[in-house]
Design a protein around this ligand. Structure first.
Ligand code: C5P
Length: 220
């Protein structure tokens, strides 16, 4: 049991980017690789949890066949799937880099090249983790924050505004941390503003650190 502290727990994780369609062949996306979310899913399963991974488009495959992987493309789809699995979850981790905006209209045919400039109108996507924060009952809800300035201040603000129990701050200042990389350097901040910084490590190790921090707080 010692090695499987999450036995009997259901963990839902969002991972990867979302693609917001412009027309049938084009989209707005971002450089999220999904590595951190997949590492969390694999580590959580290894720690005994029943894991549902809601993944945006990535080149990754989950190495653990026990993890239930739900593949989605857009933020709207991720939102729907996350809300579908939320009621049965004990722990939710939002590691996805959800697009903040989507094209207002999705063209049904490929947009033809015409004038020297075109204008794309964007509308805001729903904030998935913030929406779950409002519905929260037993769930321990963890978000990620990636900031380039006033990191702690913005992370704390997000923690509060999205009704999170904890937030993982990604440091962009360190080479080897963040998007695409196999390593990451994070700081775990809980709702009591207890701040736990970690060294630069592989994403697999970072995943275990994050899950241990969550586990400690659920024990108390
Ligand atoms: O506000 P910001 O996008 O920086 O917050 C990041 C956190 O919120 C991450 O946990 C991310 O997965 C989540 N998020 C979300 N839905 C959005 C935007 C962000 O769940 N539309």
């Amino acid at each position: 049991r010692a090695g499987r502290p999450f036995e009997g727990k259901r963990i839902m994780i969002t991972a990867g980017p979302t693609y917001e369609a412009i027309d049938p062949v084009r989209y707005i996306g971002n450089h999220s690789s999904g590595k951190m979310g997949y590492a969390l899913a694999e580590a959580a399963a290894a720690m005994g949890a029943e894991v549902t991974l809601i993944s945006g488009p990535t080149a990754l495959e989950c190495s653990d066949p026990e993890v239930r992987v739900i593949r989605v493309t857009s933020a709207a789809e991720m939102h729907a799937e996350a809300h579908r699995f939320f009621p049965e979850a004990d722990i939710v981790i939002g590691a996805a880099a959800v697009a903040d905006y989507r094209p207002e209209n999705q063209a049904t045919e490929k947009i033809k090249k015409s004038g020297d400039s075109i204008t794309l109108s964007l509308v805001k996507n729903p904030d998935i983790i913030a929406s779950l924060g409002k519905l929260k009952k037993q769930q321990y809800l963890v978000g990620f924050a990636l900031e380039t300035e006033k990191e702690l201040e913005y992370a704390r603000k997000k923690l509060h505004e999205k009704h999170l129990d904890a937030i993982v701050l990604n440091s962009l200042r360190d080479p080897g941390a963040g998007f695409g990389s196999s390593t990451n350097k994070v700081t775990f901040i809980d709702k009591n503003l207890e701040i736990t910084p970690f060294e630069l490590k592989t994403k697999a190790e970072v995943a275990r650190d994050i899950l241990h921090e969550i586990h400690k707080r659920l024990e108390n």
